[in-house]
Design a protein around this ligand. Sequence first.
Ligand SMILES: [Zn+2]
Length: 413
Amino acid sequence: MTNGSADAVHVDERLLGRYIEELGRIGESPDGGMSRFLYDRAWQQARDTLVGWIREAGLEPRVDAVGNVFGRLPGASDRVVLTGSHVDTVPSGGKYDGALGVVGGLAALAALAGSGTPARTLEVVALCEEESSRFPANFFGTRAMLGLIGPDEPQRLRDPDGVLLADAMREAGLDPAAIGTAERHDLDAFLELHIEQGRVLADEGVDIGLVEVIPSIAWETITVRGRQDHAGATPMDLRQDALQAAAQMAREITGLVEQEGRPAVATTGRWTVEPGLPSIVPGLARFSLDLRHPDLAVRDRLLAGVHRICTDVAQRHGVQVDVTREKDEEPAAMDRQLLDVCRQAAEACGASWKEMPSGAGHDSQLMATRVPTAMVFVPSVAGRSHTPAEYTELADCVRGASVLATALHRLAF
Ligand SMILES: [Zn+2]
């Protein structure tokens, strides 16, 4: 349905509400948390449900070699404007992360299906394994489309139960030998609708976030080696306690990033202490650091500060420290022209908007390396995400999907 005067396309609120509710029951546990992992039963049920909805909406369904689900509205040209997000969840996750971009995109194409034949083809996609909740293969669906899956991955990667990725694919009716056929060279643009997963939009009362950049992430492992000693017989002044030194490092690193202020974030979420007994002074402590900032120069300056802190604290505590880089992602800039189209779409829909960096990582950061890409955020109530408490008001979902539909209309018709 097109509102000619305002040039806005409005999605059907009842349809989108039904999609959110029904998809939110597939993989739901009694506590309301979602667990929908790549190729498992819930994932397969979601795939089959989406294929049915795609057909109902008058679109052409297709499942590619890795299980990405597409709904196609053919245009005069075979070049494709693509929208969508991921359908897998984190363990005990929410009903909106990823899912909203899939069903919002579907509701948008359903609204556009009645507007005649577009100049460019429109597709919606449900991408698989963004979160790497089951296999250490994040962005699996997006990587398949971009031809970035390593030839040995299906025979090498295993889930926590030891199931091989190739066997899980066969279980879901997919042929690992066909992965290469998922590669696409016909994409002109990718738009991803997503919940913010933070509280900026909710706190400021803004309807729509236009993502300018997805931040660079650095992961490091910091290993501190002290001396393992008896907890009763070793005086405090003679100890080289690895955990106390590591805890001091974590505290000072956190202080440094707090001082930098928003949007810099640092998290030390995983800890190992050896030997890990009440009566032994720890000889080894190891912790992870996840540090993010949208500006690579700022991130690297903070990392230099982190390394200085580690050296200083190690010296003061008489311990050894060793830092290894596990992950080093470049920031991904969103496409300026697409952002302008999304901004105009927001204005046509009467929505307030602001440009902002993303807090989390998304399929869009990888897609942006090959295809002009933009992201549209809607508010997350209280900024909650990756928890059953994750929630976005239906009115915000509808507004976001309508902004998406309006942008797709401008891009494809
Ligand atoms: Zn997500």
